[in-house]
Design a protein around this ligand. Structure first.
Ligand SMILES: [Zn+2]
Length: 273
């Protein structure tokens, strides 16, 4: 452990500003994974920020489509969705879609966001989930879901940015001059995980979640009944919450919740109770 009383030692900020920073690989990933919890918390008056790692330029079936036009259109769609959900800020890091790597540049960009918004919770993709495949003998009609490499890269970049870099006074020291102090994230919520331990009741904001997703007009057929789909998915997650934890919810979102830092006052309370 480094000496916190050494001459010139810089205190790490632990007081959050935003409640949550949600970081997804593509425009619409945050909408699927965490629009419910974002709208719920925003509705409680908490500050929520979203970030998108890539430029979204591979999100089209048309090879000749203009890349920068598609990028700007998708960013507008994402902004519109954030407005529906009450998300206060949205950032686009514009790394190339389909080619995201856990590089120095990517980690640094995420450290900057974490130090800027000082979120109590960071929400992102679970980087450890690669293959979601049914047993072909048990479910011969079902196909596998291979998790997108950008999703896995995003999860890795974000976790590596959270620890140790965002909270280490000697990491990215050039950021100190920009007023970006080292900051310690309290919790991480991972979506797209198979190690779920936390269910959030999103019944009161299910319409908002569907309405936000519908803003991504380049991605979904407008004929598609988004509300029906999202309700079915949310109800399936709620059923899981009932089976696993005995929770009663109509619609839910599921996360793997990881606590990294517990403020002292809260720790004392937990020990008393
Ligand atoms: Zn995606």
């Amino acid at each position: 452990m480094a000496d916190r009383k050494a001459p010139g030692a810089l205190a790490v900020v632990t007081e959050p500003d935003f409640e949550a920073l949600v970081i997804g690989a593509h425009p619409d990933d945050n909408d699927f994974g965490a629009a419910g919890v974002s709208a719920l918390w925003a509705g409680q008056g908490k500050k929520i920020a979203w970030a998108v790692m890539t430029d979204g330029t591979e999100g089209s079936e048309v090879p000749s489509a203009d890349a920068s036009e598609l990028m700007l259109t998708r960013e507008q769609e994402q902004r519109a969705a954030c407005e529906v959900l009450g998300v206060q800020a949205v950032e686009f890091l514009r790394f190339p879609d389909g080619h995201l790597q856990n590089t120095e540049e990517a980690r640094r960009a995420v450290v900057k966001l974490i130090r800027k918004y000082r979120p109590r919770v960071v929400i992102t993709h679970d980087p450890t989930q690669h293959i979601f495949a049914p047993d072909p003998d048990e479910k011969p009609e079902e196909t596998a879901y291979l998790n997108h490499p950008d999703h896995r890269a995003t999860g890795s970049i974000v976790l590596d940015a959270i620890f140790p870099a965002a909270g280490n006074p000697r990491s990215y020291r050039e950021l100190l001059a920009e007023g970006l102090q080292p900051y310690r994230v309290h919790e991480v919520y991972l979506f797209g995980s198979r190690q779920v331990n936390t269910y959030i009741d999103i019944s009161s904001v299910i319409e908002q979640k569907a309405k936000g997703l519908k803003c991504h007009k380049t991605q979904f057929d407008q004929e598609w009944d988004m509300l029906k789909e999202i309700k079915e998915w949310g109800a399936g997650t709620a059923k899981e919450a009932k089976n696993k934890k005995g929770l009663e919810m109509e619609y839910a979102e599921a996360f793997r919740r990881i606590k990294l830092y517990v403020p002292k006052a809260e720790k004392a309370q937990e020990q008393e109770s």
